[in-house]
Design a binder for this molecule. Structure first.
Ligand SMILES: Cc1cc2nc3c(=O)[nH]c(=O)nc-3n(C[C@H](O)[C@H](O)[C@H](O)COP(=O)(O)OP(=O)(O)OC[C@H]3O[C@@H](n4cnc5c(N)ncnc54)[C@H](O)[C@@H]3O)c2cc1C
Length: 427
């Protein structure tokens, strides 16, 4: 019998005391844990989700031994990798064999299994989230049996069981479709938020990958746009995101009661920020280091609702939540056909709001959530929200079909914790 151990997610918002954290090294060991380990059995990636998806009072299963490049094919640009591979490791291994991920989110610390589990995404109206790259899956179901799903023969099943919060099975291997390695030209500029919102649709559709951050209490947005190029690399400028966050926090601390002065000072400082324009290999462009811990809510809205919803979120924040200082991130994601994907059948504008991890985010996030919902939002599965099964059933057209597949793959609810009971309506 193992002594109780402690587990916490990246932001510190979720803590658990499972009976055991298991690190299986073989399929036989993993199957044994799923069959007879103390339940609930929750698979963990890198613990970067903000919600209690991985928490368990029974067994947390770390699949880091299931990692690395297993196979690759240059002609089809596909690669098979262990589901516990971190995205950073995945990038390096793919680049070594001349392949590149078509898109990435903000960081590379997640595992590919964890990224698939919550529909992790980057930005670009024609670029899908990571799960849209899937061509094949190996998983261990709730009975401890291995299932092998291949695109073509099992396309429906892949669409049902890829974005599934670790509640349909433990992914051990995934085959993903990539593209030949490439270079990106990335540009950064500052503009007033009103101009940015007026240019919203044009901006996203003029670049392969585009996003902007609204800097609260500044009146300004920071725009980032990337496009594929044949030009030679010019090296990425030094990263200043953390210095920027520290400056915004200082302005918040000193000027919380003087919003007009806060706006003037931050606006002036942003106005002096030089534009950036550089060319780098794909794997050096998308992601950054995130040192300051935060909590996050992100909602995925029908694309055209983005500017309206953001205007309301800005008004709410600047009227009622002067303690907020983290930039809001606004991205675009292509529509897909995965049943529990928040991008299911609709091009999306994703708006993310953040709060310092040392402060309670609930008042801010709970006030923002009705705005996101009013505009047709679906929450990011790995970020904070207050929705339950009945809400999901109303916003996911294939919810009931997905629940049927879940029951078939995990008939004894081995993967169901109290948190997931609420999500799937199993109480
Ligand atoms: C600093 C930071 C930046 C982020 N940036 C982005 C971003 O740019 N875009 C975005 O969309 N999200 C982003 N996120 C959210 C993050 O990508 C997701 O929460 C992601 O799921 C975390 O991956 P992970 O490996 O840590 O998985 P975990 O949080 O450990 O697990 C997530 C889910 O996947 C399941 N899971 C993990 N591995 C497996 C497996 N092998 N088989 C089956 N199920 C599995 C777990 O059970 C759980 O339900 C960010 C989070 C942080 C903290």
């Amino acid at each position: 019998m193992n002594a109780p151990v402690e587990w916490s997610n990246w932001s510190g918002s979720v803590k658990a005391e499972p009976k055991a954290i298991a690190r299986p090294e073989t399929l036989v060991q993993l199957s044994g844990i799923v069959r007879s380990g103390e339940g609930p059995v929750r698979i963990v990636g890198s613990g970067h989700s903000f919600t209690p998806l991985c928490a368990s009072s029974g067994t947390i299963v770390d699949l880091s031994a299931f990692s690395g490049l297993i196979d690759h094919d240059a002609e089809s640009s596909t690669a098979t990798v262990g589901a516990g591979t971190t995205l950073g490791d995945l990038c390096r291994r793919l680049d070594d064999v001349g392949q590149g991920l078509p898109n990435m989110g903000d960081i590379d610390k997640q595992t590919i299994g964890g990224a698939l589990g919550t529909a992790t995404h980057g930005t670009g109206p024609e670029l899908g989230a990571y799960h849209t790259q899937l061509r094949g899956v190996k998983l261990v179901d709730g009975r401890g049996e291995e299932r092998i799903l291949t695109e073509g023969r099992d396309s429906e099943m892949i669409r049902a069981s890829a974005v599934t919060l670790g509640a349909f099975g433990a992914l051990t291997e995934v085959t993903i479709r990539n593209m030949p390695a490439y270079r990106l030209r990335k540009r950064r500029s500052i503009m007033p938020i009103g101009d940015m919102l007026d240019d919203f649709g044009n901006f996203y559709h003029s670049h392969r990958s585009a996003e902007f951050y609204f800097i609260p209490f500044s009146g300004h947005a920071l725009r980032l746009a990337s496009d594929i190029t044949d030009a030679p690399a010019t090296a990425r400028p030094p990263e200043e995101d953390e210095d920027g966050i520290a400056t915004l926090r200082l302005a918040r601390n000193l000027l919380k009661s003087f919003p007009w002065l806060r706006r003037k000072l931050i606006g002036n400082a942003l106005g002096k920020l030089p534009d950036e324009d550089y060319v780098e290999e794909w794997l050096k462009v998308y992601t950054s280091e995130r040192v300051t811990r935060f909590n996050e809510m992100e909602y995925h809205l029908p694309f055209d609702e983005g500017p309206k919803a953001l205007r309301e979120i800005i008004e709410l924040t600047e009227k009622r939540f002067p303690e907020v200082y983290f930039p809001m991130e606004v991205r675009a994601v292509a529509a897909d056909d995965f049943w529990l994907s928040p991008f299911y059948q609709r091009k999306t504008c994703s708006i993310a709001i953040h709060h310092d991890a040392r402060q309670d985010p609930r008042a801010f996030f709970s006030a923002a959530e009705p705005i996101f919902r009013k505009h047709g939002g679906r929450p990011h599965w790995g970020k904070m929200h207050n929705l339950k099964a009945c809400d999901f059933a109303a916003i996911y057209p294939r919810w009931n079909d997905a629940m049927e597949v879940r029951r078939e793959l995990d008939p004894d609810n081995r993967f169901i914790s109290p948190y997931l009971s609420g999500i799937f309506g199993l109480q």
